[in-house]
Design a protein around this ligand. Structure first.
Ligand SMILES: Cc1cc2nc3c(=O)[nH]c(=O)nc-3n(C[C@H](O)[C@H](O)[C@H](O)COP(=O)(O)OP(=O)(O)OC[C@H]3O[C@@H](n4cnc5c(N)ncnc54)[C@H](O)[C@@H]3O)c2cc1C
Length: 491
Protein backbone atom coordinates (compact mmCIF):
# COMPACT_ATOMS: atom_id res chain seq x y z
CA UNK A 1 0.00 0.00 0.00
CA UNK A 2 1.19 3.54 -0.70
CA UNK A 3 0.65 6.41 1.65
CA UNK A 4 -1.32 9.21 0.07
CA UNK A 5 -2.77 10.49 3.28
CA UNK A 6 -0.76 10.73 6.49
CA UNK A 7 -2.13 11.83 9.85
CA UNK A 8 0.19 12.94 12.65
CA UNK A 9 -1.43 12.64 16.08
CA UNK A 10 0.08 15.19 18.48
CA UNK A 11 1.42 18.71 18.23
CA UNK A 12 4.40 18.64 20.60
CA UNK A 13 7.99 18.90 19.42
CA UNK A 14 7.82 15.41 17.88
CA UNK A 15 4.55 16.04 16.03
CA UNK A 16 5.48 19.35 14.51
CA UNK A 17 9.03 18.24 13.66
CA UNK A 18 7.55 15.26 11.84
CA UNK A 19 4.82 17.23 10.09
CA UNK A 20 7.26 19.92 8.91
CA UNK A 21 9.64 17.26 7.55
CA UNK A 22 6.84 15.37 5.77
CA UNK A 23 5.50 18.56 4.22
CA UNK A 24 8.99 19.52 3.04
CA UNK A 25 10.14 16.18 1.72
CA UNK A 26 7.02 14.39 0.46
CA UNK A 27 5.35 16.24 -2.36
CA UNK A 28 1.87 15.09 -3.31
CA UNK A 29 1.06 13.53 0.07
CA UNK A 30 -1.68 15.04 2.23
CA UNK A 31 -0.45 15.65 5.77
CA UNK A 32 -2.85 16.47 8.60
CA UNK A 33 -1.91 17.03 12.24
CA UNK A 34 -4.41 16.51 15.05
CA UNK A 35 -3.69 18.10 18.40
CA UNK A 36 -5.55 19.10 21.51
CA UNK A 37 -4.89 22.44 23.18
CA UNK A 38 -6.73 21.07 26.23
CA UNK A 39 -4.22 18.28 26.69
CA UNK A 40 -1.21 20.46 25.85
CA UNK A 41 2.38 19.37 25.33
CA UNK A 42 5.18 18.27 27.66
CA UNK A 43 6.87 21.58 26.96
CA UNK A 44 10.22 20.71 28.49
CA UNK A 45 13.13 19.50 26.38
CA UNK A 46 15.15 22.63 26.12
CA UNK A 47 18.59 21.18 25.46
CA UNK A 48 19.53 19.48 22.22
CA UNK A 49 22.13 17.46 20.39
CA UNK A 50 24.09 18.79 17.34
CA UNK A 51 22.04 16.75 14.86
CA UNK A 52 19.28 19.34 15.18
CA UNK A 53 21.36 21.64 12.97
CA UNK A 54 21.13 19.13 10.13
CA UNK A 55 17.36 19.01 10.57
CA UNK A 56 17.20 22.80 10.27
CA UNK A 57 19.43 22.75 7.20
CA UNK A 58 17.25 20.18 5.46
CA UNK A 59 14.18 22.27 6.19
CA UNK A 60 15.98 25.47 5.15
CA UNK A 61 15.52 27.16 8.53
CA UNK A 62 17.98 30.04 9.07
CA UNK A 63 19.72 29.83 12.45
CA UNK A 64 19.02 33.45 13.42
CA UNK A 65 15.26 33.08 12.71
CA UNK A 66 15.11 29.97 14.85
CA UNK A 67 17.09 31.51 17.74
CA UNK A 68 14.93 34.66 17.68
CA UNK A 69 11.66 32.71 17.66
CA UNK A 70 12.58 30.35 20.49
CA UNK A 71 14.71 32.49 22.85
CA UNK A 72 17.48 30.09 21.86
CA UNK A 73 21.12 30.04 22.94
CA UNK A 74 24.15 28.00 21.85
CA UNK A 75 25.16 24.77 23.51
CA UNK A 76 28.72 23.41 23.37
CA UNK A 77 27.95 20.48 25.64
CA UNK A 78 27.26 19.66 29.29
CA UNK A 79 29.07 20.49 32.50
CA UNK A 80 28.74 17.64 35.01
CA UNK A 81 29.00 18.74 38.63
CA UNK A 82 29.50 16.38 41.60
CA UNK A 83 29.05 13.17 39.57
CA UNK A 84 32.27 11.37 40.53
CA UNK A 85 32.68 12.98 43.94
CA UNK A 86 31.17 16.11 45.42
CA UNK A 87 33.11 19.27 44.56
CA UNK A 88 34.49 18.02 41.24
CA UNK A 89 33.29 18.76 37.73
CA UNK A 90 34.01 17.85 34.13
CA UNK A 91 32.62 18.62 30.69
CA UNK A 92 31.28 16.57 27.82
CA UNK A 93 31.33 18.88 24.82
CA UNK A 94 30.87 18.14 21.13
CA UNK A 95 34.56 18.19 20.30
CA UNK A 96 37.48 15.83 19.92
CA UNK A 97 40.64 14.82 21.76
CA UNK A 98 42.86 14.07 18.78
CA UNK A 99 43.78 10.44 18.10
CA UNK A 100 41.82 7.83 20.00
CA UNK A 101 44.35 5.01 19.72
CA UNK A 102 47.98 4.32 18.92
CA UNK A 103 51.10 5.86 20.52
CA UNK A 104 49.92 9.42 19.84
CA UNK A 105 46.65 9.09 21.69
CA UNK A 106 46.54 11.93 24.17
CA UNK A 107 44.67 9.89 26.77
CA UNK A 108 47.60 7.44 26.81
CA UNK A 109 49.90 10.19 28.12
CA UNK A 110 47.31 11.16 30.73
CA UNK A 111 47.10 7.54 31.81
CA UNK A 112 50.89 7.39 31.96
CA UNK A 113 51.31 10.60 33.98
CA UNK A 114 48.16 10.26 36.00
CA UNK A 115 49.54 12.04 39.10
CA UNK A 116 51.78 14.59 37.36
CA UNK A 117 49.47 17.59 37.80
CA UNK A 118 48.55 17.86 34.11
CA UNK A 119 45.83 20.29 33.02
CA UNK A 120 42.35 18.73 33.28
CA UNK A 121 41.76 16.39 30.34
CA UNK A 122 38.90 18.62 29.16
CA UNK A 123 41.41 21.41 28.53
CA UNK A 124 42.58 19.35 25.55
CA UNK A 125 39.24 19.81 23.79
CA UNK A 126 38.51 23.11 22.03
CA UNK A 127 34.78 23.50 22.83
CA UNK A 128 35.45 22.60 26.47
CA UNK A 129 38.03 25.39 26.69
CA UNK A 130 35.42 27.73 25.18
CA UNK A 131 32.81 26.49 27.68
CA UNK A 132 35.21 27.03 30.59
CA UNK A 133 35.54 30.67 29.51
CA UNK A 134 31.88 31.28 28.50
CA UNK A 135 33.00 31.86 24.90
CA UNK A 136 31.30 30.86 21.71
CA UNK A 137 31.80 31.18 17.98
CA UNK A 138 30.58 28.88 15.25
CA UNK A 139 33.36 26.70 13.83
CA UNK A 140 34.88 28.35 10.76
CA UNK A 141 35.58 26.38 7.60
CA UNK A 142 39.35 26.28 8.28
CA UNK A 143 39.21 26.11 12.04
CA UNK A 144 39.56 22.97 14.11
CA UNK A 145 36.37 20.97 13.86
CA UNK A 146 33.83 20.86 16.62
CA UNK A 147 30.10 20.69 16.78
CA UNK A 148 27.42 22.51 18.70
CA UNK A 149 23.71 22.42 19.49
CA UNK A 150 21.16 24.76 21.07
CA UNK A 151 19.04 25.45 24.11
CA UNK A 152 15.55 26.73 23.41
CA UNK A 153 12.06 27.21 24.80
CA UNK A 154 10.27 23.97 23.83
CA UNK A 155 6.82 25.61 23.73
CA UNK A 156 8.06 28.31 21.37
CA UNK A 157 9.86 25.73 19.22
CA UNK A 158 6.66 23.71 18.66
CA UNK A 159 4.87 26.95 17.65
CA UNK A 160 7.72 27.97 15.35
CA UNK A 161 7.63 24.62 13.55
CA UNK A 162 3.84 24.68 13.43
CA UNK A 163 3.92 27.93 11.43
CA UNK A 164 6.53 26.48 9.07
CA UNK A 165 4.59 23.23 8.60
CA UNK A 166 1.28 24.98 8.00
CA UNK A 167 3.03 27.34 5.55
CA UNK A 168 4.15 24.23 3.64
CA UNK A 169 0.66 22.76 3.42
CA UNK A 170 0.08 20.77 6.62
CA UNK A 171 -3.55 20.91 7.73
CA UNK A 172 -3.99 21.43 11.48
CA UNK A 173 -7.04 19.95 13.20
CA UNK A 174 -7.80 20.94 16.76
CA UNK A 175 -9.62 18.25 18.72
CA UNK A 176 -9.30 15.48 21.25
CA UNK A 177 -9.19 11.91 19.99
CA UNK A 178 -11.76 9.91 21.97
CA UNK A 179 -11.91 6.72 19.95
CA UNK A 180 -9.85 4.82 17.40
CA UNK A 181 -11.44 2.64 14.67
CA UNK A 182 -9.43 -0.39 13.56
CA UNK A 183 -9.03 -2.00 10.16
CA UNK A 184 -9.64 -5.69 9.61
CA UNK A 185 -5.90 -6.36 9.51
CA UNK A 186 -5.51 -4.82 12.98
CA UNK A 187 -4.16 -1.46 11.79
CA UNK A 188 -5.76 1.91 12.47
CA UNK A 189 -8.57 3.07 10.16
CA UNK A 190 -9.52 6.44 11.65
CA UNK A 191 -9.53 8.68 14.71
CA UNK A 192 -12.77 9.93 16.23
CA UNK A 193 -12.64 13.41 17.75
CA UNK A 194 -14.66 14.67 20.72
CA UNK A 195 -16.95 16.72 18.45
CA UNK A 196 -17.77 13.65 16.34
CA UNK A 197 -15.45 14.35 13.40
CA UNK A 198 -13.63 11.35 11.96
CA UNK A 199 -10.09 11.61 10.57
CA UNK A 200 -8.88 8.76 8.39
CA UNK A 201 -5.50 8.07 6.78
CA UNK A 202 -3.29 5.39 5.20
CA UNK A 203 -0.50 5.97 7.70
CA UNK A 204 -0.70 7.32 11.25
CA UNK A 205 2.27 8.86 13.04
CA UNK A 206 1.76 8.54 16.77
CA UNK A 207 3.26 11.63 18.42
CA UNK A 208 0.77 11.62 21.30
CA UNK A 209 3.45 11.79 23.99
CA UNK A 210 3.55 9.57 27.07
CA UNK A 211 -0.06 8.35 26.50
CA UNK A 212 1.13 6.56 23.34
CA UNK A 213 -2.47 6.51 22.22
CA UNK A 214 -2.04 4.53 19.00
CA UNK A 215 1.12 2.46 19.40
CA UNK A 216 0.67 1.66 23.09
CA UNK A 217 -2.99 1.95 24.01
CA UNK A 218 -4.62 0.94 20.73
CA UNK A 219 -2.17 -1.58 19.24
CA UNK A 220 -0.95 -2.80 22.64
CA UNK A 221 2.73 -2.63 21.74
CA UNK A 222 4.57 -3.80 24.91
CA UNK A 223 6.84 -1.45 26.85
CA UNK A 224 10.45 -2.53 27.42
CA UNK A 225 11.24 -1.20 30.89
CA UNK A 226 14.77 0.15 31.56
CA UNK A 227 14.14 1.27 35.14
CA UNK A 228 16.34 -1.43 36.66
CA UNK A 229 19.23 0.43 35.00
CA UNK A 230 17.87 3.98 34.90
CA UNK A 231 15.64 4.23 38.00
CA UNK A 232 14.77 7.94 37.77
CA UNK A 233 11.01 8.30 37.30
CA UNK A 234 10.01 11.91 38.02
CA UNK A 235 11.14 15.43 37.26
CA UNK A 236 10.23 18.78 38.73
CA UNK A 237 10.67 21.55 36.18
CA UNK A 238 10.75 25.27 36.99
CA UNK A 239 11.92 28.38 35.12
CA UNK A 240 13.87 31.04 37.00
CA UNK A 241 14.91 34.63 36.34
CA UNK A 242 18.23 35.17 34.64
CA UNK A 243 20.81 36.60 36.99
CA UNK A 244 24.08 38.32 36.17
CA UNK A 245 25.23 39.20 32.71
CA UNK A 246 27.00 35.99 31.71
CA UNK A 247 25.32 33.41 29.51
CA UNK A 248 26.86 29.97 29.79
CA UNK A 249 27.20 28.15 26.44
CA UNK A 250 26.47 24.79 28.07
CA UNK A 251 23.87 22.85 30.03
CA UNK A 252 24.78 22.19 33.64
CA UNK A 253 23.90 18.83 35.22
CA UNK A 254 24.47 18.72 38.98
CA UNK A 255 24.30 15.38 40.79
CA UNK A 256 22.05 15.63 43.86
CA UNK A 257 21.10 13.08 46.56
CA UNK A 258 18.76 10.89 44.48
CA UNK A 259 19.15 12.17 40.93
CA UNK A 260 20.41 15.32 39.29
CA UNK A 261 19.39 18.88 38.39
CA UNK A 262 19.57 20.56 35.01
CA UNK A 263 20.25 24.25 34.41
CA UNK A 264 19.64 25.53 30.89
CA UNK A 265 20.34 29.17 29.98
CA UNK A 266 17.89 30.82 27.57
CA UNK A 267 17.90 34.42 26.36
CA UNK A 268 15.16 35.58 28.73
CA UNK A 269 15.22 33.06 31.60
CA UNK A 270 16.87 29.93 32.93
CA UNK A 271 15.28 26.49 32.64
CA UNK A 272 15.73 24.21 35.67
CA UNK A 273 14.65 20.75 36.59
CA UNK A 274 15.32 17.98 39.08
CA UNK A 275 15.25 14.43 37.73
CA UNK A 276 14.97 11.91 40.56
CA UNK A 277 13.95 8.43 41.62
CA UNK A 278 10.99 8.01 43.98
CA UNK A 279 12.63 4.84 45.25
CA UNK A 280 15.15 7.09 46.98
CA UNK A 281 13.47 10.46 47.65
CA UNK A 282 9.88 11.67 47.96
CA UNK A 283 8.38 14.26 45.66
CA UNK A 284 8.19 17.05 48.25
CA UNK A 285 11.83 16.73 49.25
CA UNK A 286 12.88 16.61 45.59
CA UNK A 287 10.89 19.80 44.92
CA UNK A 288 12.62 21.50 47.84
CA UNK A 289 16.03 20.44 46.50
CA UNK A 290 15.23 21.91 43.10
CA UNK A 291 14.19 25.25 44.58
CA UNK A 292 17.45 25.34 46.55
CA UNK A 293 19.35 24.97 43.26
CA UNK A 294 17.87 28.00 41.50
CA UNK A 295 20.22 30.90 41.01
CA UNK A 296 17.40 33.39 40.33
CA UNK A 297 13.83 33.92 41.47
CA UNK A 298 11.38 31.12 40.48
CA UNK A 299 9.10 32.38 37.70
CA UNK A 300 6.39 29.73 38.11
CA UNK A 301 5.31 26.93 40.41
CA UNK A 302 7.41 23.81 39.78
CA UNK A 303 5.66 21.30 37.51
CA UNK A 304 5.87 17.54 38.12
CA UNK A 305 6.44 15.12 35.22
CA UNK A 306 6.13 11.36 35.66
CA UNK A 307 7.81 8.81 33.41
CA UNK A 308 9.29 5.33 33.20
CA UNK A 309 12.54 4.87 31.32
CA UNK A 310 12.33 2.45 28.39
CA UNK A 311 10.73 2.10 24.97
CA UNK A 312 7.99 0.33 23.04
CA UNK A 313 9.12 -3.06 21.69
CA UNK A 314 8.39 -1.88 18.15
CA UNK A 315 8.30 1.66 16.84
CA UNK A 316 6.41 0.80 13.64
CA UNK A 317 3.52 -1.63 13.84
CA UNK A 318 0.83 -2.12 11.16
CA UNK A 319 0.19 1.35 9.72
CA UNK A 320 1.30 3.22 12.86
CA UNK A 321 4.76 4.71 13.33
CA UNK A 322 5.54 6.14 16.75
CA UNK A 323 7.84 9.13 17.12
CA UNK A 324 8.83 10.98 20.30
CA UNK A 325 7.64 10.20 23.80
CA UNK A 326 4.95 7.89 22.38
CA UNK A 327 7.81 5.44 21.68
CA UNK A 328 9.66 5.83 24.97
CA UNK A 329 11.93 7.99 27.06
CA UNK A 330 15.40 7.47 28.45
CA UNK A 331 15.78 10.48 30.76
CA UNK A 332 17.17 13.84 29.72
CA UNK A 333 20.77 13.62 31.00
CA UNK A 334 22.37 13.80 27.54
CA UNK A 335 19.48 15.65 25.81
CA UNK A 336 18.85 12.78 23.41
CA UNK A 337 15.04 12.69 23.02
CA UNK A 338 14.84 15.19 20.20
CA UNK A 339 17.82 13.45 18.59
CA UNK A 340 15.84 10.17 18.69
CA UNK A 341 12.84 11.97 17.20
CA UNK A 342 15.11 13.02 14.36
CA UNK A 343 16.47 9.52 13.82
CA UNK A 344 12.90 8.27 13.48
CA UNK A 345 11.91 11.06 11.10
CA UNK A 346 15.04 10.65 8.95
CA UNK A 347 14.56 6.90 8.49
CA UNK A 348 10.84 7.20 7.91
CA UNK A 349 11.38 9.88 5.27
CA UNK A 350 13.96 7.74 3.47
CA UNK A 351 11.49 4.86 3.23
CA UNK A 352 8.52 7.00 2.22
CA UNK A 353 10.44 9.00 -0.38
CA UNK A 354 11.14 5.79 -2.30
CA UNK A 355 7.40 5.57 -2.98
CA UNK A 356 5.29 2.43 -3.03
CA UNK A 357 4.63 0.08 -0.15
CA UNK A 358 7.31 -0.23 2.53
CA UNK A 359 8.14 -3.97 2.73
CA UNK A 360 7.95 -5.86 6.02
CA UNK A 361 11.73 -6.41 6.01
CA UNK A 362 12.34 -2.65 5.85
CA UNK A 363 9.91 -2.11 8.73
CA UNK A 364 11.75 -4.77 10.75
CA UNK A 365 15.06 -3.01 10.05
CA UNK A 366 13.49 0.31 11.08
CA UNK A 367 12.38 -1.24 14.38
CA UNK A 368 15.69 -2.95 15.10
CA UNK A 369 17.63 0.23 14.32
CA UNK A 370 15.54 2.36 16.69
CA UNK A 371 15.71 -0.25 19.48
CA UNK A 372 19.50 -0.34 19.15
CA UNK A 373 19.65 3.47 19.24
CA UNK A 374 17.74 3.44 22.54
CA UNK A 375 19.99 0.71 23.96
CA UNK A 376 23.22 2.49 23.01
CA UNK A 377 22.08 5.75 24.57
CA UNK A 378 20.85 3.88 27.67
CA UNK A 379 24.37 2.48 28.06
CA UNK A 380 25.97 5.87 27.55
CA UNK A 381 23.73 7.49 30.17
CA UNK A 382 24.18 4.64 32.63
CA UNK A 383 27.95 5.01 32.34
CA UNK A 384 27.68 8.51 33.90
CA UNK A 385 26.13 6.94 36.99
CA UNK A 386 27.83 3.59 37.42
CA UNK A 387 31.40 4.98 37.40
CA UNK A 388 30.67 7.23 40.38
CA UNK A 389 32.89 7.11 43.44
CA UNK A 390 30.06 8.59 45.53
CA UNK A 391 28.68 6.44 48.32
CA UNK A 392 27.17 9.28 50.34
CA UNK A 393 23.50 8.46 49.68
CA UNK A 394 21.61 5.18 49.09
CA UNK A 395 20.91 6.30 45.49
CA UNK A 396 24.59 6.65 44.54
CA UNK A 397 25.55 3.49 46.38
CA UNK A 398 22.86 1.64 44.40
CA UNK A 399 23.91 3.22 41.08
CA UNK A 400 27.54 2.18 41.63
CA UNK A 401 26.38 -1.39 42.23
CA UNK A 402 24.00 -1.60 39.24
CA UNK A 403 24.21 -4.84 37.32
CA UNK A 404 25.12 -3.56 33.87
CA UNK A 405 23.64 -4.59 30.52
CA UNK A 406 26.22 -6.85 28.90
CA UNK A 407 26.75 -4.38 26.05
CA UNK A 408 27.93 -1.73 28.50
CA UNK A 409 29.82 -4.21 30.69
CA UNK A 410 31.82 -5.26 27.62
CA UNK A 411 32.61 -1.67 26.65
CA UNK A 412 33.88 -0.82 30.12
CA UNK A 413 35.88 -4.06 30.20
CA UNK A 414 37.49 -3.37 26.79
CA UNK A 415 38.46 0.12 27.91
CA UNK A 416 39.88 -1.04 31.23
CA UNK A 417 41.84 -3.88 29.69
CA UNK A 418 43.30 -2.25 26.59
CA UNK A 419 42.06 1.32 26.22
CA UNK A 420 39.79 0.30 23.32
CA UNK A 421 36.71 2.49 22.83
CA UNK A 422 34.51 -0.26 21.47
CA UNK A 423 31.65 0.91 19.23
CA UNK A 424 28.60 -1.13 18.23
CA UNK A 425 26.31 -0.38 15.31
CA UNK A 426 23.73 2.40 15.84
CA UNK A 427 25.79 4.43 18.29
CA UNK A 428 24.49 7.92 19.03
CA UNK A 429 27.81 8.96 20.66
CA UNK A 430 31.26 8.55 19.15
CA UNK A 431 34.51 7.50 20.85
CA UNK A 432 35.37 11.09 21.84
CA UNK A 433 32.15 11.37 23.82
CA UNK A 434 32.80 8.08 25.60
CA UNK A 435 36.37 9.22 26.30
CA UNK A 436 35.14 12.52 27.79
CA UNK A 437 33.09 10.58 30.38
CA UNK A 438 35.85 8.01 31.10
CA UNK A 439 38.30 10.85 31.69
CA UNK A 440 35.82 12.98 33.65
CA UNK A 441 35.12 10.03 35.94
CA UNK A 442 38.89 9.26 36.23
CA UNK A 443 38.24 5.87 34.72
CA UNK A 444 41.53 5.00 33.04
CA UNK A 445 42.67 1.66 31.61
CA UNK A 446 44.35 -0.57 34.17
CA UNK A 447 47.33 -1.34 31.96
CA UNK A 448 49.63 1.30 30.55
CA UNK A 449 50.49 0.28 26.98
CA UNK A 450 54.29 0.18 26.42
CA UNK A 451 53.87 2.20 23.18
CA UNK A 452 52.91 5.18 25.32
CA UNK A 453 56.40 5.12 26.83
CA UNK A 454 58.16 5.47 23.46
CA UNK A 455 58.20 9.23 23.88
CA UNK A 456 60.56 10.25 26.74
CA UNK A 457 58.57 11.27 29.83
CA UNK A 458 59.67 14.92 29.86
CA UNK A 459 58.89 15.36 26.17
CA UNK A 460 55.46 13.85 26.49
CA UNK A 461 54.63 16.06 29.49
CA UNK A 462 55.73 19.11 27.52
CA UNK A 463 53.65 18.02 24.50
CA UNK A 464 50.52 17.65 26.58
CA UNK A 465 51.02 20.97 28.40
CA UNK A 466 51.83 22.79 25.17
CA UNK A 467 48.67 21.48 23.51
CA UNK A 468 46.52 22.83 26.35
CA UNK A 469 48.38 26.17 26.19
CA UNK A 470 47.72 26.45 22.46
CA UNK A 471 44.00 25.78 22.88
CA UNK A 472 43.80 28.42 25.64
CA UNK A 473 45.56 30.89 23.34
CA UNK A 474 43.21 30.09 20.45
CA UNK A 475 40.16 30.68 22.63
CA UNK A 476 41.34 33.92 24.29
CA UNK A 477 40.24 36.24 21.43
CA UNK A 478 36.91 34.45 20.84
CA UNK A 479 33.84 36.53 21.73
CA UNK A 480 31.72 35.74 24.73
CA UNK A 481 28.64 33.62 24.14
CA UNK A 482 26.45 36.61 25.00
CA UNK A 483 28.22 38.93 22.52
CA UNK A 484 28.20 36.34 19.74
CA UNK A 485 24.51 35.65 20.22
CA UNK A 486 23.67 39.37 20.23
CA UNK A 487 25.53 39.76 16.93
CA UNK A 488 23.69 36.82 15.33
CA UNK A 489 20.35 38.20 16.55
CA UNK A 490 21.25 41.66 15.23
CA UNK A 491 20.89 43.30 18.65
C1 LIG B 1 11.62 15.99 32.41
C2 LIG B 1 11.91 15.97 30.93
C3 LIG B 1 13.00 16.66 30.44
C4 LIG B 1 13.30 16.62 29.06
N1 LIG B 1 14.41 17.25 28.60
C5 LIG B 1 14.76 17.10 27.30
C6 LIG B 1 15.93 17.70 26.78
O1 LIG B 1 16.63 18.44 27.46
N2 LIG B 1 16.23 17.47 25.48
C7 LIG B 1 15.47 16.68 24.68
O2 LIG B 1 15.82 16.46 23.52
N3 LIG B 1 14.33 16.15 25.14
C8 LIG B 1 13.96 16.33 26.42
N4 LIG B 1 12.81 15.78 26.87
C9 LIG B 1 11.94 15.08 25.95
C10 LIG B 1 11.16 16.07 25.15
O3 LIG B 1 10.39 16.88 26.00
C11 LIG B 1 10.27 15.34 24.18
O4 LIG B 1 11.01 14.39 23.49
C12 LIG B 1 9.69 16.26 23.17
O5 LIG B 1 9.10 17.35 23.79
C13 LIG B 1 8.70 15.55 22.33
O6 LIG B 1 7.53 15.32 23.04
P1 LIG B 1 6.32 14.74 22.24
O7 LIG B 1 6.02 15.68 21.13
O8 LIG B 1 6.61 13.33 21.92
O9 LIG B 1 5.14 14.73 23.30
P2 LIG B 1 4.22 15.93 23.88
O10 LIG B 1 4.95 17.19 23.97
O11 LIG B 1 3.60 15.38 25.13
O12 LIG B 1 3.07 16.10 22.79
C14 LIG B 1 1.99 15.21 22.73
C15 LIG B 1 0.93 15.79 21.82
O13 LIG B 1 -0.09 14.82 21.64
C16 LIG B 1 -1.34 15.45 21.81
N5 LIG B 1 -2.32 14.46 22.26
C17 LIG B 1 -2.16 13.50 23.21
N6 LIG B 1 -3.29 12.80 23.36
C18 LIG B 1 -4.19 13.32 22.48
C19 LIG B 1 -5.54 13.06 22.16
N7 LIG B 1 -6.25 12.10 22.80
N8 LIG B 1 -6.14 13.80 21.22
C20 LIG B 1 -5.47 14.79 20.57
N9 LIG B 1 -4.20 15.10 20.84
C21 LIG B 1 -3.57 14.38 21.77
C22 LIG B 1 -1.09 16.54 22.83
O14 LIG B 1 -2.07 17.54 22.78
C23 LIG B 1 0.26 17.04 22.33
O15 LIG B 1 0.06 17.96 21.30
C24 LIG B 1 12.46 15.86 28.22
C25 LIG B 1 11.34 15.21 28.71
C26 LIG B 1 11.06 15.25 30.06
C27 LIG B 1 9.86 14.52 30.58
Amino acid sequence: MTYERIVVLGGGTAGWMTAAALATGLKGTTVELVESEDIGIVGVGEATFPSIRAYHQILGIPEADFLRATNGTYKLGIKFRDWRVRGEDYYHTFGDFGQLDGPNALWGQYRRHVNAGLPAFGEQCLPTVMALNDRFCAPGKDAAHFNYAYHFDANLYARFLRDIAIGRGVRRTEGKVVDVARRQDGGVASLKLDDGRVVGADLFIDCSGFTSLLLGRTLGEPFVDFSRWLPVDRAWACPSARVGTGLTPYTRATALDAGWAWRIPLQDRTGNGHVFSTRFIDEDKAREQLLQQLDGEALAEPRLLRFTTGHRARFWSHNVVGIGLATGFLEPLESTSIYLVQVGIGRLMTLLQRGGAVPAAAIDAYNTGLVRQFERIRDFILMHYCLTARRDTPFWTAMAATELPETLAYKLHAWRQTGALHQYEEEGFDGHSWLAIHAGMHHWPERSDPTFNQLPAEKSLEWVRERARQLAEAVAPVSTHEAYLAQVLGR
